[in-house]
Write a protein that binds this ligand. Structure first.
Ligand SMILES: Cc1cc2nc3c(=O)[nH]c(=O)nc-3n(C[C@H](O)[C@H](O)[C@H](O)COP(=O)(O)OP(=O)(O)OC[C@H]3O[C@@H](n4cnc5c(N)ncnc54)[C@H](O)[C@@H]3O)c2cc1C
Ligand code: SF4
Ligand code: SF4
Ligand code: SF4
Length: 541
């Protein structure tokens, strides 16, 4: 297959004369680790699935992608795509829209009803997964594919965790989430809803489970002490967002103040706007540069009319107003009070100050280490108690859906190995395919495709999805922007430029091989390979 954005040469026609013996260096085909793959917390083989997608082989692409991550349609909507931040193409024009192609594949799979293959082996081992958030679902999926009998016990009435009870519908429509959850359950995973585990050891004993994976998330809203009159309405962000899944939307009033600076604060403020608030104001004690919320989410919120009061803290709340104090940054960049006060109208104050983990199910379990409110795990995701593994928001890590999914996969592999009495060893990482390994001039300019966005009026008044997906033509185009960093994409350049006809073409999908009888080690193939898939190594003596 040829890449439309790569300029390729025709095969050379020089006469081959056995020059190989003069070499001091010889070329070798290599597979390097593309930076995108290295940056995906779910460990996806992005370059690999983009390679299928750019030939229009969408099902093959989806199947390769879901070997690592069972939730591509969800990911394509909520992942903060660190893969794109690391993409080599950003040094050329702009990063490949990996996340939008992933979403296209996920949506295509739902539309066409693609299903996972049912595992052929049955291990006879039983594993308890606690919590049906992204981490629990991912672990269940990978464990089921390894042939284990998996039961998920979920405290809530529906699966999804924070994907359902946190992330608003305008970012993740529930039909998408439902379809991807169902596909995992179709593998034979048993899901028990409204089943809160109070003691993990007792649950394991009663259910005769051989191992457990805990992924209970972080659901206890942090509070701040704000002197408030008895009539003041002070709520927490998680309760507000959770009640959006119920029959009745929460009553917040016309002026809503949100206290905090993370993505949750942004989600609540945008939700308040959609529920009809005239004013949704975020009060944050630091500056925009210090705000933990992602820039694009802040931007979207501002477009929808959310106001942000920087460098401010709430001093007091009453029935229909709050008092805020202005802050100023000290020499070290920390906010300090100024004593300057201001009154803002507020029918409700929503606290979005982060979440703690409810670890009560672990009470009395020997060997566990809890530090800073989260459970410590080893490199194999096992807690200090043999057979009890944990991941997602309840362990020390960045709190994102993708990290949670990655933990689920990693834990599943280690649980499987542990049950077999062994250890799981990750494949050794290949050498990195950094930008300097590429020949960027081979790739023509191809600006990134932009995802369509819902018009502003509907964004402010409905929960319709804001960011839309790419159509097939755009998804194909976007996949073809991939430079295939460090992995041969069969452009034929090495075959074409070799003056000694020392490159043997093995046929479509089989790549190439060197005929060292003829190769004199000139290194032209290395110099002309667009993607750094050949390297020179010292000649074996
Ligand atoms: C408002 C909000 C928006 C967010 N937006 C994004 C985003 O856009 N992108 C992103 O990557 N991340 C986002 N996050 C973070 C992300 O949602 C979490 O990091 C992720 O869901 C953590 O996954 P988890 O599986 O560890 O836990 P959770 O998703 O919290 O799931 C835990 C599950 O365990 C269940 N459970 C708890 N205790 C028990 C028990 N004792 N017995 C049985 N079940 C139990 C819970 O009911 C829940 O269903 C957001 C978070 C919030 C709060
Ligand atoms: S899950 Fe996120 S980081 Fe991984 S490929 Fe998808 S968008 Fe990129
Ligand atoms: S160009 Fe392709 S292979 Fe290279 S980092 Fe970007 S997405 Fe990955
Ligand atoms: S090794 Fe490089 S030059 Fe040769 S066919 Fe593959 S991508 Fe092209």
């Amino acid at each position: 297959m040829r890449k439309p954005f790569a300029i390729t040469l025709d095969p050379g026609s020089s006469l081959a004369n056995h020059t190989g013996t003069w070499r001091t260096l010889r070329p070798e085909y290599v597979d390097r680790l593309p930076p995108c793959n290295g940056a995906c917390p779910a460990g996806e083989n992005i370059q690999g699935w983009l390679y299928h997608a750019e030939s229009g082989e969408y099902e093959a692409a989806w199947r390769l992608l879901t070997q690592d991550n069972p939730l591509p349609a969800v990911m394509g909507r909520v992942c903060y795509h660190p893969c794109e931040t690391s993409c080599n193409r950003a040094s050329l024009d702009s990063a490949v829209g990996i996340n939008s192609v992933e979403r296209f594949l996920g949506d295509e799979a739902i539309r066409r009803g693609w299903r996972f293959d049912i595992p052929r082996t049955v291990s006879g081992r039983r594993i308890l997964v606690v919590g049906a958030g992204p981490s629990g679902l991912s672990a269940a999926y990978h464990l089921a594919r390894l042939g284990h009998a998996v039961e998920i016990h979920e405290a809530g009435p529906l699966a999804g965790g924070m994907m359902r009870f946190g992330i608003p519908k305008y970012r993740l429509p529930r039909v998408v989430l439902d379809a991807e959850v169902k596909r995992i359950l179709d593998l034979g995973v048993v899901l028990k809803l409204n089943t809160k585990i109070k003691s993990i050891q007792e649950a394991m004993r009663l259910g005769r489970f051989d191992a457990a994976f805990l992924a209970v998330g972080a659901h206890i809203a942090k509070r701040a002490y704000i002197p408030a009159g008895s009539a003041a309405k002070v709520l927490d962000a998680l309760s507000v967002l959770r009640s959006m899944e119920g029959k009745e939307a929460p009553l917040l009033g016309r002026c809503v103040v949100v206290y905090g600076g993370g993505n949750t604060a942004i989600d609540v403020a945008r939700t308040a706007k959609r529920l009809g608030a005239d004013e949704a104001v975020i009060v944050y004690r630091r500056t925009r540069e210090k705000m933990p919320a992602h820039d694009f989410e802040v931007e979207e919120a501002l477009q929808e009319g959310v106001l942000i009061k920087w460098l401010s803290t709430i001093k007091q709340a009453s029935e229909s107003s709050i008092t805020v104090e202005k802050m100023k940054l000290d020499e070290k960049g920390f906010p300090q009070p100024t004593g300057e006060l201001e009154t803002l109208a507020a029918d409700a104050v929503v606290l979005a100050l982060g979440q703690d983990v409810d670890l009560s199910l672990l009470e009395g379990v020997p060997g566990l280490e809890v530090k800073d409110g989260v459970v410590q795990v080893g490199p194999n995701m096992m807690t200090g108690h043999a057979g009890i593994f944990a991941g997602g928001d309840m362990v020390p890590a960045e709190r994102t859906v993708t990290v949670a999914v990655g933990h689920g996969k990693k834990a599943a592999r280690h649980i499987d190995a542990w049950l077999k009495g062994g250890t799981y060893a990750k494949e050794k990482n290949h050498e990195a395919a950094s930008f300097d390994k590429l020949n960027p001039w081979y790739y023509s300019d191809a600006p990134k495709s932009v995802r369509p966005v819902l018009d502003l009026v509907r964004r402010q008044s409905t929960f319709d999805e804001v960011v839309k997906g790419l159509d097939e033509a755009n998804a194909l185009y976007e996949a073809r922007r991939c430079l295939s960093c460090g992995n041969c994409f069969e452009c034929d350049n090495c075959y074409g430029v070799c003056p000694d006809n020392a490159v043997i073409k093995l046929g479509p999908g089989k790549r190439f091989q060197f005929n060292y009888d003829y190769c004199k080690g000139c290194g032209l193939c290395v110099a002309e390979c667009p993607c750094g898939a050949i390297k020179m190594v010292p000649e074996e003596i």
